[in-house]
Design a protein. Structure first.
Length: 363
């Protein structure tokens, strides 16, 4: 007899479900198994997503998702009437779908009032102890969210389904990111222009939007130099962000023209297509690291103040490079003392990353 909660829901009566994840790119990608599991356990259901507009490429083309609804953060810059009009159109579109189930995966307050306004028969969300009573009354089911829980975010997301009586299988928990034919064709052309072939290069993404998660440029340069001496080809990427591009410029100045630089030139789908063609990915704890894992590229991940138990590359061969000399990590702070520089990361030696690479690449 299967085990499960006494108030498990009957999936056979569900027609549509909405999964809400209003966070950053990596967070959204780590929800992708939720859609797979829901669709597998209720094949007749249509599963939609609600995310921020800039993160939609993490989920569009997912085979288990019927529609991706978007909230644009730029609505805040509009006048009150224009913003209200866009919010009303979104709410009308969501209401028109007639959801039976709402799965809310963060503490964003929008999930609570949507659970009420959409009139879903079932709604599940994390049980944050600090949340007001109104939050808890907005949902039919709450799943535990213990403070400082050292579990991977994929498993925590899947706890929402476990709370409903849905037990994910081992083969259902993979990340799903589909680059699409257009991105794949464009990346193949870009690689050919640089003389690179599939599985013939290492993909290095050294930066992050968060400065306290960045490896120092001099360490990145040392690693690239070591790889070039071995005859490896290296492809560099970075977001079209001034801070990241400044880091890449410093790296390029010290390594010359011997690397293929795609920094600031790829959208997220193209970044996924590039990572899928690399024989190895190297980067800090960031969305590109999760993208590489999603496309099954062996990954070397450099961790500083964030925790690898929660954020490690999921479902792929990988190695974690993290300090064993800083008992304070993972602290989750934005640098030591809030100073935007994390010594547990900046002091990671290049040799540690090289050793991790060697353990994943045959020589």
């Amino acid at each position: 007899m299967p085990y499960g909660p006494a108030d498990a829901i009957d999936l056979s009566g569900l027609k549509r479900a909405l999964v809400i994840q209003l966070r950053h790119h990596g967070d959204v990608l780590l929800t992708s198994p939720v859609f797979t599991v829901l669709k597998n356990h209720a094949p007749g259901i249509e599963v939609d997503a609600l995310v921020y507009a800039e993160t939609r490429h993490m989920l569009d083309l997912h085979p288990a998702i019927a529609q991706v609804h978007l909230i644009d953060r730029r609505w805040k810059e509009l006048g009150a009437f224009a913003r209200l009009a866009r919010e009303w159109r979104l709410l009308a579109a969501l209401r028109g779908r007639g959801y039976d189930l709402v799965v809310h995966l963060s503490e964003h307050p929008r999930g609570a009032w949507l659970a009420r306004l959409l009139g879903a028969r079932y709604a599940v969300a994390p049980n944050f102890g600090r949340k007001a009573r109104a939050w808890k009354k907005s949902f039919s089911h709450l799943f535990p969210m213990p403070p400082h829980a050292r579990r991977h975010k994929v498993e925590i997301n899947l706890d929402a389904l476990r709370r409903l009586g849905i037990q994910p299988g081992e083969d259902e928990r993979k990340l799903v990111l589909v680059p699409g034919e257009e991105a794949e064709r464009s990346v193949d052309a870009l690689l050919a222009g640089k003389g690179l072939s599939a599985r013939g290069f290492i993909h290095f993404h050294p930066g992050s939007r968060w400065k306290f998660k960045c490896w120092p440029p001099e360490r990145a340069v040392a690693l690239i130099e070591a790889l070039l001496k071995r005859g490896e080809r290296v492809a560099l990427t970075a977001a079209p962000d001034d801070q990241e591009l400044e880091m890449i410029a410093e790296i390029r100045e010290r390594t010359g023209a011997r690397i293929a630089d795609f920094s600031g030139k790829l959208d997220l789908k193209q970044l996924a297509a590039l990572a899928a063609r690399a024989k190895l990915f190297i980067g800090v704890d960031s969305a590109p690291m999760h993208i590489a894992a999603a496309v099954q590229t062996p990954t070397v991940a450099l961790f500083g103040p964030s925790g690898e138990l929660e954020w490690a590359p999921w479902g792929v061969r990988h190695r974690i490079v993290a300090s064993t000399e800083h008992a304070c990590r993972p602290c989750g702070n934005d640098g030591c003392g809030g100073g935007k520089v994390s010594e547990c990361l900046t002091r990671l030696p290049m040799e540690a990353a090289l050793t991790a690479i060697d353990s994943l690449l045959p020589r």
